[in-house]
Write a protein that binds this ligand. Sequence first.
Ligand code: ATP
Ligand code: MG
Length: 353
Amino acid sequence: MILKSLELNSFRNILHAKVGFEDGVNVLYGNNAQGKTNIIEAIRFFSECSSFRGANDRELIMSGKNRAVITAVFEKDGREQTVEVRFDAEKRREIYLNGAKTAPKEYIGSFNTVIFYPEQLSLIKNGPENRRKFADIAICQLRPAYYSLRSRFERTLHQRNALLKSGDMRTLDIWDERFAKLSFLITKTRKNFVTRLEEFAKPYVNDISGGKEELSLSYVPSYDAKDENGLYLELVNNRERDAEYGNTNVGAHKDDFETYLNGDSVKKFGSQGQQRSCVMSFKLAEAEITGDTRGEYPLILLDDVFSELDTSRREFITGKIMGKQVIITSCDPISSMENANKIYVENGGVTQG
Ligand SMILES: Nc1ncnc2c1ncn2[C@@H]1O[C@H](COP(=O)(O)OP(=O)(O)OP(=O)(O)O)[C@@H](O)[C@H]1O
Ligand SMILES: [Mg+2]
């Protein structure tokens, strides 16, 4: 997939900007707080249908305005396409793919990117919700139906917890059955993803460690059950405890995955450098898996990671993404990348070249 151009109107601190992108490396450079990450956030929005920074629509609309529009022209499946998101302070946002209004569950997977930003460098040490989020967003790009599955799961979890809190257990049986079914499917899908991630990330870790380190990943479900019926029984057994806390203690929303190097837990024993190498390999692997599954390599977004990585890791990642479309943000124009398309960002304005 290739992003050709992006147009932003009243998005964050950008009143109006039109940016053209090239096939290879594109560098968005400029001082702090000028709008570089805002541009990345807009681009990534087309993949996730939400802000990767967790912002709500109101925060994305320029202060003092009521509406924002972001539009991208991209090439995929051999044709030029457009996607537009219209944000409104009063209404639900709308997504238009090639001019036709579409729902996120139908649209998701249409615009493939892989994003890498500094907070993710501690993905392995951070809480499990970060790893679930990483896996879930990646899977949505690969298997769009997973998006609806996740929404149904979230709603069911919410409903079960509401019933537990209310003390009215009469319909709990139906919800437990539904919850077990959806939860089991999510666990299974994530487990497959983690297996694939391991397969694709292993050679990168091996490469960057000079053959010294072998990566392995293990999915850690929050329950012992081997099938959905077993999970249903676990839920029934846990009802009393769950009712006491007003939430559900087992299920896909509590799952995790663990990273090992030569059999040792990276979370417990890994150095900062080892953690970073693993996460960097996850990102390269995610891009490759997306390319493999969707038939086209995704657009790579590197927000500020270059300044965070040491020279050897920076060179490693640069070597691996050579020839792909990449958008990098940086405070300086990265003089070593002479052939890159340089875009200067200042106070919400964009100057090409
Ligand atoms: N809704 C909004 N309306 C107006 N301005 C906003 C809005 N949201 C964020 N901003 C402004 O955008 C700027 C931050 O932009 P951004 O995060 O893209 O910076 P950056 O260029 O990536 O900087 P850094 O190099 O520090 O990462 C801040 O000045 C902030 O006040
Ligand atoms: Mg930034």
